[in-house]
Design a protein around this ligand. Structure first.
Ligand SMILES: [Zn+2]
Length: 451
């Protein structure tokens, strides 16, 4: 969830950026047009003189020095200073909606052969195809021949293209990003969001906090005025500008007198998870309900009247009413052992998990792609969609939870915790978490950690 969230935040930042650029640049992508170097013997217009949208209007006059003749135009004929004699023109381009590099090259009347050789360079093809509206790039060219291109392709990376002789080369440079570690503390007055904001952090941190402790605390029903929290997290800055809150590193939440603590740990596999200070997972191995439901239409019951069969019959699962087509998620990691029609269950999926636990999902309208016997699923994966196949009076999910073949009430069964910290990393974890937990006790304020 924190991963999705990060994406959403990046997307909204981009949206803001693009909005700004749209306002600024209007329909025309060219926002600046300047002359960097060179004699007026070239018919390159001076800054501001070029009609917008026709940056290569000067293409008629051949350059005095053929580009790239000696292999390095920037040093071609400038014995006094290491400056180019070639009049290079530079343009700042803002990517419009549905723009491609091809469109941009055509719009700026740049040499399409240069684009082809750019695309031929190893390792950057995907980057070149991932233009996003609002991004800006700085292009230098001479009469349409590409001499340089600088483009911040992500928060952390800049693609830099330069000409070396007749060839182009591309380098991906790391943008200097700075991570500022902060600890905040607060007390809930009205809402978690307001308290986090009052403490000086942003919504992202409130969402993360609720996500981390969401397995133990219901942030809608359980949170009370007077609940307290302490959070250590990283703020991401670049060029002296705050970008966003990074992941929470350690957190404590005191809910109605009960203290919950969490530490983030990234294993050698690069996968990050939150654990208690003792190394237990904060996650459960199973979702309480594998579907977003509108109401529980029938509870687990050892003996109840069956409306269709017209007799008293045990209801060995729970029915979650939800519109047809609502995604049904795998409650935990496991392997699909049945996917098909099964009598009164209608379309049905059965998953076998560890600890001799089996879950079953009935009355499905259809299966998700990849749902078949033998397939491995992870917790939360969409396996099928709500329907009313089999014996059902309306669209709902019939959900069963069995331990060693014994039916348990899915709403109340004690759910096993997800796996604790791997014993191989336990020592490393304990060392790191001690420092992080200590940071929660430290006086609030920024502490700089560069990266
Ligand atoms: Zn049922």
């Amino acid at each position: 969830m924190s991963f999705d969230f990060k994406l959403a935040v990046q997307a909204s930042l981009r949206h803001l950026l693009s909005l700004g650029f749209w306002l600024q640049a209007g329909a025309c992508a060219i926002v600046a047009w300047s002359l960097l170097h060179g004699g007026l013997r070239e018919s390159v217009p001076a800054a501001g003189a070029a009609p917008a949208g026709s940056p290569a209007a000067d293409a008629g006059t051949p350059p005095a020095t053929a580009p790239a003749q000696d292999g390095h135009p920037a040093e071609a004929a400038a014995p006094a200073a290491a400056e180019a004699t070639l009049p290079l023109s530079s343009i700042d381009v803002t990517v419009s909606r549905n723009d491609t590099l091809d469109r941009i090259f055509r719009r700026l009347k740049l040499n399409l052969a240069d684009l082809a050789s750019l695309r031929g360079l190893p390792g950057i093809r995907r980057t070149l195809d991932s233009l996003r509206p609002g991004e800006s790039m700085h292009v230098t060219h001479h009469n349409g021949d590409l001499y340089g291109l600088e483009w911040r392709v992500s928060e952390t990376q800049t693609l830099k293209v330069s000409r070396e002789g007749t060839a182009l080369r591309a380098d991906v440079l790391q943008n200097p990003v700075e991570l500022r570690s902060r600890t905040i503390r607060g007390t809930i007055d009205s809402s978690l969001f307001e308290a986090v904001e009052a403490a000086g952090a942003h919504d992202q941190t409130a969402v993360q906090l609720a996500d981390i402790f969401g397995w133990d605390i219901d942030f809608v029903l359980d949170v009370r005025t007077g609940d307290t929290f302490a959070v250590t997290y990283g703020e991401v800055w670049r060029d002296g500008k705050y970008l966003h809150d990074g992941p929470i590193q350690a957190a404590e939440f005191v809910n109605q007198g009960r203290t919950f603590r969490a530490v983030r740990y990234t294993g050698p596999d690069g996968h990050s998870q939150y654990y208690t200070p003792e190394g237990r997972s904060l996650h459960k191995a199973f979702l309480r309900a594998p579907v977003e439901f509108t109401r529980v239409s029938s509870r687990f019951n050892s003996a109840r009247y069956h409306p269709i069969l017209n007799l008293i019959r045990a209801h060995k699962g729970v029915d979650y009413a939800a519109p047809t087509g609502t995604p049904v998620h795998a409650a935990g990691d496991g392997r699909i052992v049945y996917a098909g029609s099964l009598g009164g269950y209608g379309n049905c999926v059965e998953i076998e998990h560890s600890r001799s636990i089996v879950t079953l999902y009935g009355h499905l309208s259809r299966f998700a792609r990849g749902t078949h016997v033998g397939a491995h699923v992870t917790q939360g994966a969409v396996i099928a969609y709500v329907g009313m196949t089999g014996l059902a009076t309306g669209p709902h999910l019939h959900y069963e939870y069995r331990v060693n073949g014994v039916f348990k009430n899915p709403q109340t069964v004690a759910l096993p915790a997800a796996a604790p910290i791997d014993p191989r990393w336990r020592e490393d974890f304990l060392g790191r978490s001690a420092a992080l937990l200590a940071s929660l006790e430290a006086p609030p304020g920024p502490m700089l950690v560069s990266r």
